[in-house]
Each structure stands twice: as C-alpha cells, then as structure tokens.
Design a protein around this ligand. Sequence first.
Ligand SMILES: Cc1ncc(COP(=O)(O)O)c(C=O)c1O
Length: 384
Amino acid sequence: MISSRVKLLSSSSTLKITALTKKLKKEGKDVVNFAAGEPDFDTPSFIKEKAKLAIDKGLTKYTPSAGTNEIREAICRKLKEDNNIPCESSNIIVTSGAKYAIFASMVTFLDKGEEVLIPSPFWVSYPEMAKLCGAKVKVVNAKARDNFKLSVDSLARAISKKTKLLVLNYPSNPTGATYSENELKAIYDVVKDKNIIVLSDEIYEILSYDGAKHVSFASIGDAHKFTVTINGFSKSFSMTGWRLGYLEAASNFIEAISKVIDHTTSCASSVSQAAGLAAIQDKKWPQTMREEFENRRNLLFNGLSSLKKIKPIKPSGTFYMFCDIKKSGLNSVEFSSQLLDKQLVSTIPADSFGAEGYIRLSFATSIQDIEKGIERIKSFSLGL
Ligand SMILES: Cc1ncc(COP(=O)(O)O)c(C=O)c1O
C-alpha cells in the first residue's frame, strides 16, 4: 500500500524524543528539556495583535500563491538591507514554513538519481526530503577538527557529474557552526561554473553570537544566480506554530518553484502572512531574544566545560550545543536514554544527525532549568 519512496523514509527521532519528554512532563515528572527545537518565548504581542486585526478585517481568503505583495516587498527590503542579496520582491515566495520552502525547492530541481550533497552533521529532514524526490543523498562529513564546517577539499572531492544540489545550513542545526564571508567565498569558488544549485538554509541567521555578522551565500559573487536562500519566522520571531517561511531565488527558479506551490499548498496562511508582515519590520525583538540566548549559551557551556567525559562544543549560533560523549563509553542513543532515565534530562542523540558519539542540547529553556540540567548532567557524568 505504501509507496516505495515513503518506505525509504525514517521517522523523525527528534520529534520522538520531544513527544516522550512531553509525556513524562504530563505524568508530573520534573524533566529538564534540552531537546526542544523551538524558542521558548511566546510570539510577541505586537505580532499577535496584527493577526487578530487581519481576522477582523476579513483577510481570511487565499492570497496570491507567492504571498501578499506587502510581505514580499517587506522581505525583499530585509534581504537587500540585512543580507546584501540583489533581489526584487518578485524573487520571493512566502511558504507554509521554511520546511516547505526546502521541500518545494528540492521537488523543483531534483530528478531521480541526481545527487544531493549534504554536509554532516545535518538537520534530519534534508536527507529524507531528498529521498522523497528520488534523489541520491551523498553525505559529506564536516569534521570536528574543522569545527564542523565543510572543508573545500571534501566538497571538491564529493562533486561528481551527477551532483545537482548542495545544501548549506548555517548557523547549523545541530552544531551551531557558522561560516565567515571568506569561508563562504571558498565554497563559492568550488561550486561556481559547476551547474550546481545551492540551497542555503539560513533560518537561524538572527541567532549569531560573539558579534559575528551573518553573511548570506547569495550575496557572494554571482551566487544569486544559482542559490535558493531559505529563511523564515519560526526561529527569529518565535512563530513555529504559524507555519511561515520564505525563499528567495533568481526569476527562472521562482517561476518553476511557483508551479509546485500553486498545485500543493496554494499559499501560506493569510493570517500568518499579516502577522509576519508586522514581524519582519521589527529589528529589536529578535535582538533581545538573541542576547538572552547568548547568555544561556555561555551559562550552559561554562557549566559543562569542566566535565571529563562530556565535552561541550561552543556554538557560534542557534540555540543548540553539540557535546562530544565518546569518552563516556556509551553510544549516543544509550547516552541520551540513560540520561533521561536516571536524571530526567532530555537530549537528542546525534546519530540521527549523521554524527555518532555526540548529543545535541538545546538551550531554548529557562536559566533555572539550564542550571538544574547542568547539575544533573554532572551527577550523571560522575556515575559513568
Ligand atoms: C535547519 C532548519 N531548517 C528549517 C527548519 C524548519 O523551520 P520552519 O518551522 O519554518 O518550517 C528547521 C526547524 O527546526 C531547522 O532546524
């Protein structure tokens, strides 16, 4: 009954742990949740108010499939000003979450048997989406000694005649690694003139730490011609449930991706778009959230730094921290399960991110919980 394409898919391990954590919490257990994949802040009220107003004004019908003119223009202004991407509003498509922007792009570009290069550790959905398109996933290992960044040598070696798409994700879920402008230029030099499309998922852009400025791949040289930039509202405005994302690409790409949107989702939610329009024009709120996350990152990193068998790796962005647990003698699934069992601390084993020997901790949780979690991990580590 089930198609061969869907039979190839693995179910999302991150969602499984999140569900188990929620279940334990519901049973009254005092779980410290380091597994969350979304900011713990409420959506700001100035955004919610605009959504309520949109409903009252009757903005409850289909919008143009690429999104309302207002939001596309506002996104375009943001991409020009903040990201230096040479775009017009017609280069933007607003989607039902960034996840769907990625899937619609992959469906648009990938033919059966074509290769997609995915640097590991990777966000779990990239390989699964590529498989759904019938493409061949080629994982390119971004090594710990390179701070989990794709080296140009590994990239050059991985490229073949069948390579169609390279996925970049920075700041990265799950490692928090990000690329400097020079590092992006080096990647650009490898892929330009090779007929490869770059899918640059920059959804964690706003969460860049230590004063680093996020640089968009599409702003480098003529990369705009062959890059689809992915971004959205989930992580920068704490709007995960509103399902609002967007992509930016050259006109010929937009024309093709639009057909997929037309015949699948029709458009992103009209109410969410009205809310997103208010969000994207505000620069202050995401910065306040970023400062809070940066403080939490420092607290968690400093708290775990002295442990012998767990080595935290300081992320340059996102709200995730990768930890090397190889010295514990456990594999990542054993580590995460025992930590949840013995100390009620929920984490994600990184085997599903293509990185055995690591776990991912999310600091999208309160300072009190981070402090409690550090103490529990210390106790767990003493018993290893
Ligand atoms: C790297 C990455 N890209 C895309 C997404 C999807 O975001 P959205 O909620 O906009 O679909 C996520 C969500 O966890 C993510 O981690």
